[in-house]
Design a protein around this ligand. Structure first.
Ligand SMILES: Cc1cc2nc3c(=O)[nH]c(=O)nc-3n(C[C@H](O)[C@H](O)[C@H](O)COP(=O)(O)O)c2cc1C
Length: 250
């Protein structure tokens, strides 16, 4: 049976849900790219798996902090989710410039300890206590996804398609943002909490040195994930939609 996320299950009427609940399905790491839930095929037979299902996952994604080290799903499942999102993101000319590193446990702790060491050298003493508390809060999470874009891919595209040379770095940023959002959303769909941080470029060199990633991988952001310590991310304000959306010819 295909595995369905908790949020997806919540969005499906009980009568149409698979008989074995998600929580009792033993976790089996997937080894092929064809083993992921085929949402398109399911949508044809299950009307509940519509755009509204996707929208409910989008709305479910919020910024959560603080986090703890209790993961609701195994690291292998997180690895699978990041990998699938990475493989299926759209990118300009299908250039696939996105790269990611997932840090769990001691490696996650190492990243945040290292970040604290670096920041201590640049943050004014008066501001250090607050900054240090914030960094400790991130470290208290269970893991971090580092999102990169590979500059060699961008450079190759610039050489190949000179007409768009100035666009490729921007489009690499677009596909990176799509990936960040997708990973954030799927992790929260599986019951984790997450928040997005930007310690780059201060930590870039140390990341290359510590985890041996190519120096051409430009770090864009860090998604901290872990167990939620609160159920609700709190209120969120929305500027009126009329100010943000215009429609013509409908
Ligand atoms: C491009 C981008 C950059 C962000 N940078 C940070 C950040 O550096 N630190 C942080 O705590 N949150 C960061 N956030 C999270 C936003 O503050 C948050 O998404 C926003 O306030 C809306 O709240 P929500 O995520 O709960 O919907 C960022 C979000 C985006 C999309």
């Amino acid at each position: 049976m295909q595995r369905l996320s908790r949020s997806l299950l919540r969005a499906i009427p009980r009568t149409t849900r698979p008989s074995t609940p998600h929580t009792t399905t033993p976790f089996t790491p997937l080894t092929t790219t064809t083993a992921t839930p085929n949402i398109a095929a399911m949508a044809t037979t299950t009307p509940a798996l519509s755009a509204d299902t996707f929208l409910s996952l989008i709305k479910n994604r919020r910024t959560f902090y603080p986090l703890n080290k209790d993961l609701a799903i195994p690291p292998a499942r997180i690895q699978e989710l990041v990998g699938e999102a990475l493989q299926h993101m759209p990118s300009a000319f299908n250039s696939q410039s996105n790269r990611a590193v997932v840090l769990f446990g001691a490696e996650h702790d190492k990243f945040w300890a290292m970040t604290a060491d670096i920041l201590k050298t640049v943050v004014p003493e008066a501001a250090w206590e607050a900054k240090s508390n914030k960094l400790a809060m991130f470290r208290a999470g269970a893991g971090t996804v580092l999102f990169f874009e590979d500059l060699t891919v961008v450079k190759e595209l610039q050489e190949k398609y000179a007409l768009y040379a100035d666009r490729f770095p921007i489009w690499a940023g677009h596909t990176s943002a799509m990936l960040q959002f997708a990973v954030w959303t799927v992790l929260e769909a599986e019951g984790l909490g997450a928040n997005l941080q930007h310690l780059n470029p201060l930590v870039d060199a140390k990341v290359v040195e510590t985890w041996g990633v190519p120096a051409t991988w430009k770090l864009n952001s860090q998604l901290v994930f872990g167990g939620k310590t609160v159920d609700d991310a709190g209120p969120k304000t929305f500027a009126p939609l009329e100010e943000k959306l215009k429609v013509f010819g409908a």
